[in-house]
Design a protein around this ligand. Structure first.
Ligand code: FES
Length: 221
């Protein structure tokens, strides 16, 4: 299917072989924006970038555990990188309990709190699904409005992992830096994610939200 099977994860991310962890992470975040399926990138390319990052993150800089030149085997799809395990939590619960998004124990607290299945739980996301699509496909009703990156109704907070985001979304860089992403066009870009959804009570996002439901221009009356 591919004209080449083994490539260097460093080449995929466009970095030197001696790049440190920060450089790898920065390069990855730029690359997943460029190859994001909503930006015209193919899912294969997106997965390749994701796979390259996963390889380097695991500290397996040679891709196959050997000391040979660094490579990523595109044919090997048995290592779980294609399906992502998501642990989710409703922000309303965070608010009700007086918890904080930045609390490193947030998900441990949620796990111990005997919450409803719709408030806290796990789901799997296939590589062809955005996070919102996966949640809906598993029967959950998460907020959204435009489904096109133009509001923040579908925003989630990333406590762990990476959710890819096309470059031209409404979220300011500052919020993206702090871990906010959009679920309607975000594809999981790591094997595991911990996310808080339903952020409508969060003041930082208030101005960016639209009325729920089909997208309508503000001030159209
Ligand atoms: S629903 Fe509007 S950006 Fe996702």
């Amino acid at each position: 299917m591919f004209g080449y099977a083994m490539v260097s994860p460093f080449d995929v991310l466009g970095i030197d072989v001696d790049a440190d962890d920060d450089e790898i992470r920065r390069a990855y975040r730029e690359r997943v924006k460029e190859v994001h399926p909503d930006q015209g990138g193919s899912l294969e390319e997106f997965q390749l970038v994701r796979r390259a990052y996963g390889t380097l993150q695991r500290g397996d800089r040679n891709g196959d555990g050997s000391a040979d030149p660094a490579t990523v085997d595109l044919r090997d799809d048995d290592d779980g990188v294609h399906t992502t395990r998501v642990e989710f939590l409703d922000y309303e619960v965070v608010d009700d309990y007086g918890w904080s998004l930045s609390d490193p124990e947030l998900f441990e607290k949620a796990a111990a709190a005997d919450l409803a299945d719709t408030d806290y739980g796990r789901l799997l996301v296939e590589p062809t699904e955005t996070l919102l699509e996966a949640a809906e496909g598993r029967g959950f009703t998460w907020p959204f409005s435009c489904r096109g990156g133009a509001c923040a109704n579908c925003a989630v907070y990333l406590a762990e992992g990476e959710l890819s985001q096309p470059a031209n979304t409404i979220l300011p860089d500052e919020l993206a830096e702090r871990g906010f992403r959009l679920s309607c066009n975000g594809y999981p870009a790591t094997d595991r994610l911990q996310i808080v959804f339903n952020l409508k009570g969060l003041p930082e996002l208030d101005d960016l939200m639209l009325p729920p439901g089909p997208f309508r221009r503000a001030h159209s009356d």
